[in-house]
Design a protein around this ligand. Structure first.
Ligand code: ASP
Length: 335
């Protein structure tokens, strides 16, 4: 059995830079604690609360993560996920989502329009088809054939923001970075211009699952898909080891198979935080010139109930729930 001591010794052995950048034992010790759920950004708090209702009653992590991420998906005030999400540059709200259980089953939808809860369509792809990914019109047809309702997801606030954006129409996906002028605080009704909910959970039976859902980068090119619905990039679950999810510029996460990398680093003995740190370092190594202007954050838990995160920039935070308490935590970051 893997012990906390083993995780710590792995992290101590491999990087002096990491140790100077953070204190490996500063997070609350949750090893041995289950159930437990973590999710990205502040909209993770109500999402975790929903997931917790299932987890505290001994429910399955898969059910918990689906129920949890449906909260921001259905909330029009969250303009980066699901209903109410910012559209692409052509005015279409296109959604990406994926889900993965404790048995390596997974499902994904990409470039899906008109469906409020893409995570539930992804789960249905996983459970009702021989496939893993459905995209665009095919995903929509599948959803409608399985009882989902076709809806207009473009709310007036997001349409207004898009029309404002069109005045300058800079054809570069915008990324929020603290202290940078293109932070999206100026967009009406919105704090951010991107952000994904990625949620990973460990249930009372010791099983892991994860879900990840987003409307992607605001005002992206029509047809663009990010990391979030890509198994191994935006989400990965290995029930022997741990689970990880990502947020931020999806292109950079895809390039390094980010969530899979984090899980594999945990397999090598790294703590969740150290694994996330190493994945962030991999992004910097691949694109040293660009990394300073990008945001990517990773969030992970391991099989023993430890959790951790790391981001490129300040500003990434995540919601943590265990023993019935919910709290927001600021992620450590490189810059
Ligand atoms: N990762 C998402 C994407 O690239 C966006 C985000 O999380 O900020 O679509």
């Amino acid at each position: 059995m893997t012990t906390r001591r083993k995780f710590l010794s792995g992290s101590i052995a491999s990087s002096a830079a990491f140790l100077s950048a953070c204190e490996a034992v500063s997070a609350p010790v949750t090893a041995g604690v289950k159930p437990l759920v973590v999710s990205t950004w502040d909209f993770g708090l109500p999402a975790n609360a929903e997931a917790w209702k299932i987890l505290e009653n001994g429910g399955r992590a898969l059910d918990a993560v689906e129920a949890g991420v449906k909260i921001p998906e259905g909330d029009p005030k969250v303009q980066t996920v699901g209903y109410g999400g910012f559209p692409d540059r052509d005015g279409h709200v296109t959604l990406d989502a994926c889900i993965m259980d404790e048995k390596y089953n997974c499902g994904s939808v990409m470039f899906l329009e008109h469906i409020k809860h893409p995570i539930s369509v992804a789960r249905m792809v996983m459970e009702k088809t021989p496939h893993i990914v459905l995209v665009g019109e095919g995903a929509l047809q599948f959803a409608l054939a399985n009882g989902f309702q076709k809806e207009n997801l473009l709310i007036p606030e997001s349409e207004k923001a898009w029309k404002e954006w069109l005045k300058k129409a800079k054809y570069e996906p915008q990324v929020n970075i603290e202290n940078k002028s293109f932070r999206a605080d100026t967009l009406p009704g919105s704090k951010e211009n991107h952000d994904t909910i990625g949620m990973v959970a460990l249930d009372a039976n010791g099983n892991l699952s994860g879900a990840c859902t987003t409307s992607g980068l605001s005002f992206k090119m029509h047809g663009r898909v990010g990391d979030s619905p890509i198994i191994g990039a935006g989400l990965y679950v290995d029930n022997e080891i741990g689970a990880a999810t990502a947020t931020g510029v999806g292109e950079e996460v895809i390039r390094i198979a980010g969530s899979f990398l984090v899980v594999e680093l945990m397999r090598q003995g790294h703590s969740p935080e150290k694994a996330c740190y190493e994945a962030v370092q991999r992004i910097i190594k691949r694109k040293p010139d660009r990394a300073k202007d990008l945001q990517v954050g990773f969030l992970a838990i391991n099989k023993t109930g430890e959790y951790g995160s790391y981001a490129l920039q300040k500003g990434f935070s995540y919601a943590l729930t265990y023993k019935g308490t919910h709290q927001m935590t600021d992620s450590k970051s490189v810059y």
